[in-house]
Design a protein around this ligand. Structure first.
Ligand code: ADP
Ligand code: MG
Length: 349
């Protein structure tokens, strides 16, 4: 997971702070809700529980959630040599390697996403992510040589990965395959926390990890949750549009937070598996709403790879609620699928 603590909170949560949002004056008074916060997966999390059932304390919840998140990080992080994923990556074998059910679930979803996106989403791009300086290998930002790119690209290919459920295991057809789950692990972690809250009977909550979200029910004002889509301008925090949501997963991918520049060119952390290079097009950010945050997270990254036209076409074909912000000559223009429109807050901005 991205250790660059470059602000990952792509969805501007301060939109929830009423003063930023027009029309808030008409909303009922807010109740006091203490958010649970912490750091995980190279980023931060923020969880709001509106009505805590009497038999639980916030402290219990805090401890349980922290433990849950540490467990996911311990199995899926490429920043830890001892994670299940790192052990699989390091294993020079084409035999089945035992992993937890969690890892199988995430890898299986990743492979399914690869299939529906024609390989735009591909967790085997890990070596390329590292080569471009966006992975755990710490080295100065620089553009790699064409030979280096081709060498790492030759290692990639989601079709070389297989999953088994009983007993849970992964297998690679080539020994040097290396997986990077950063594009969907945060979404998975969000879902796990949300599922945990629901198992306690909690119906009104917000779970956010590094900008990926799951919302349910109502906010502290007894209103639907209002979440801003950020203007995709590097170094600036501004609202581009506002969504109104009740029970959804939301994820955003963009080219404007995690990148480096060389000779005036911006190199993003999203890699096009076909070229082995960072994406280079006019699509600046993609926000996807789906029932499961992991799906939204994976698809947001995939649409980001595909670019505005292909991305929008695939989102439509999939019936996906997607909102794309595209660079234009004088700023940005938004393109969304029909199923997204119901979520746009008509009062805003
Ligand atoms: P963020 O981590 O900022 O929320 P994403 O969810 O889009 O953003 O994930 C980006 C990360 O996914 C990259 O840092 C990299 O580790 C990984 N990645 C890059 N390109 C791809 C790709 N084509 N398919 C799958 N994962 C990718
Ligand atoms: Mg993603």
């Amino acid at each position: 997971m991205s250790q660059r603590l470059r602000a990952n909170a792509l969805l501007v949560l301060w939109a929830l702070i009423c003063s930023f949002v027009a029309g808030c004056d008409r909303e009922p008074e807010s109740r006091e809700v203490t958010p649970l916060t912490g750091a995980i997966m190279g980023t931060e999390y923020l969880i709001k529980v509106i009505d805590l059932p009497e038999q639980f304390t916030l402290m219990q919840l805090d401890g349980d959630i922290a433990q849950l998140l540490r467990g996911i990080d311990a199995s899926m992080s490429t920043y830890r040599d001892d994670s299940e994923l790192s052990k699989f990556n390091a294993a020079k074998t084409t035999e089945w390697v035992a992993v937890s059910e969690d890892v199988v679930e995430v890898v299986e979803h990743a492979l399914e996403t690869s299939r529906i996106t024609g390989g735009a989403f591909d967790i085997t791009v890990g070596p390329l992510v590292n080569l471009w300086g966006f992975g755990p290998d710490q080295h100065p930002d620089r553009v790699p040589t064409e030979d280096q790119i081709q060498a790492e690209k030759a290692r990639a290919g989601y079709q070389y990965i297989h999953v088994r459920k009983e007993p849970p295991a992964l297998k690679k057809d080539k020994e040097d395959i290396y997986l990077d789950l950063s594009a969907l692990a945060k979404g998975y972690a969000v879902d796990q926390v949300a599922d945990y809250l629901e198992s306690l009977g909690i119906a009104d909550y917000m779970v956010e990890i590094g900008g990926e979200l799951r919302l349910s029910g109502r906010n502290e004002r007894g209103m639907p949750w209002r979440i801003a889509v950020e203007r995709p301008t590097p170094g600036v925090r501004d609202i581009f549009n506002v969504m109104q949501l009740e029970s959804n997963g939301v994820a955003t991918s963009g080219d404007y937070r995690n990148y480096f520049e060389q000779d005036g060119q911006r190199y993003s952390h999203t890699i096009h598996p076909r070229t082995g290079k960072p994406i280079d097009h006019r699509l600046a950010s993609v926000t996807v709403i789906a029932e499961r945050c992991m799906h939204a997270d994976a698809m947001a990254t995939a649409l980001m790879v595909l670019g505005a036209d292909e991305g929008l076409a695939l989102a439509r074909e999939q019936g996906l609620a997607a909102y794309l912000i595209v660079k234009s000559a004088d700023g940005f223009i938004a393109k969304s699928t029909e199923s997204f429109e119901q979520y746009l807050d008509t009062n805003e901005p």
